[in-house]
Design a protein around this ligand. Sequence first.
Ligand SMILES: Cc1cc2nc3c(=O)[nH]c(=O)nc-3n(C[C@H](O)[C@H](O)[C@H](O)COP(=O)(O)OP(=O)(O)OC[C@H]3O[C@@H](n4cnc5c(N)ncnc54)[C@H](O)[C@@H]3O)c2cc1C
Length: 198
Amino acid sequence: MKNDAQHADVVIIGGGVAGLSCALYTAKAGLSTMVIDAEASQLQTVKQLNNVPGLSSPAAPLGGSDWLIYARSQAQEAGAKIHGDRATKLSLDTRPFHVVTERGFECTGDFVVLAVNLGYPWLTELGFDVAVNEHVPSGKIRYVVGAGYDGVTAVDGLYVAGLLAHIPSQSVIAAGQGAFVGVQIASRQLGRPYMWHD
Ligand SMILES: Cc1cc2nc3c(=O)[nH]c(=O)nc-3n(C[C@H](O)[C@H](O)[C@H](O)COP(=O)(O)OP(=O)(O)OC[C@H]3O[C@@H](n4cnc5c(N)ncnc54)[C@H](O)[C@@H]3O)c2cc1C
């Protein structure tokens, strides 16, 4: 590992719906949070998002890319750093975890959250079993075998978020699941149940 690798309490790989939602909660809880994102969320092509309760409707539509812009700036305002790049290496057998990107950026994290959705082929290279997420009719979406709504994996400190956690393909569910992972990590790190109420 290079000595100049940045360290964060939480490294989130994939800054789409679930990753950004997770980042908002870990950063707000005071955990240093690094998001590495290849900037190809499935949501960014959605012209009109009509099914986020209280936020969008056919009468007051919100674009998918707008949702992502707002979610990015919300996570950044809470303190998260976002690095636009694709993660290509992740060491599972060192602590902290060590992540390297396509363009040579390196960072370490005490916790890692995998929220890469369509980036699942990389996860198979890392040794994870993935299977078709039968909640999504297209048959193109995968989940990490063994991971459920809590995102917990067999590797201590490593979580999955979003569609990889075997959930249906609705943004509001992916956002909620990402937030749940963030709250669990914050609670673990703080040693008490974390709650954000304004
Ligand atoms: C055509 C279409 C229309 C849709 N319409 C709706 C709708 O109307 N309402 C609704 O609720 N949902 C809709 N969805 C579903 C919604 O987009 C998904 O449920 C949601 O995006 C899933 O969130 P996620 O965080 O799991 O994945 P994503 O939002 O796809 O985010 C994954 C992120 O990980 C990044 N990534 C991948 N590999 C790497 C890597 N190695 N390193 C770094 N980053 C990486 C990607 O670039 C991406 O930014 C639609 C989807 C599609 C395809």
